[in-house]
Write a protein that binds this ligand. Structure first.
Ligand code: OFO
Length: 166
């Protein structure tokens, strides 16, 4: 496997792992605040990101690359509000999308169409996850200061669980 692509794929493994841990911290925060629907949503998102990570690891191994299981930073664990929680979610997904685009750019530079093809699954996944994050943020923005709407938000978010492509 081309060295620069291998290195970018290892970076991506780290970003997926980091997203998984970040969503776990967000699930835990929601749990302690009594938002059980939001907690379930982020526990599920955390599992999905873990799967994204292992899918990449298996792919690198199949291609006889060298996988590096990464050390991770402590995720952000405290949030001022539900809105801040979902802003963090969108920011995290946008970051992951940008990194995936970097891998794809390098694949084209190196003419590695095999990795390019593999990464298309991630492109589709990111489109869906960013759309979900934006929709949920829109809903919270509509609610504004109306905290009574949080009860329904917490109930309705269950419809978004497991809406990814895996
Ligand atoms: Fe949504 O981060 Fe994985 O791909």
């Amino acid at each position: 496997m081309n060295e620069s692509i291998e290195s970018l794929l290892n970076d991506q493994i780290k970003y997926e792992a980091q997203a998984s841990m970040q969503y776990l911290a967000m699930a835990s925060w929601a749990d302690t605040k009594g938002y059980s629907g939001v907690a379930d949503f982020f526990y599920s998102q955390s599992e999905e990101e873990r799967l994204h990570m292992t899918k990449l690891m298996k792919f690198v191994n199949e291609r006889s690359g060298n996988v590096i299981v990464p050390a991770l930073e402590q995720p952000k664990a405290d949030f001022d509000s539900l809105l801040a929680l979902f802003e963090k979610f969108l920011k995290s997904e946008i970051f992951v999308t940008e990194q995936i685009n970097k891998v794809i750019y390098e694949c084209l530079q190196q003419k590695d169409y095999n990795v390019h093809n593999f990464m298309q699954w991630y492109v589709t996944e990111q489109l869906e996850e960013e759309a979900t994050a934006r929709t949920l943020l829109d809903k919270l923005n509509i609610l504004g200061e109306d905290r009574s709407g949080y009860y329904l938000f917490d109930k309705d978010i269950k419809d978004f669980i497991g809406s990814g492509t895996n």
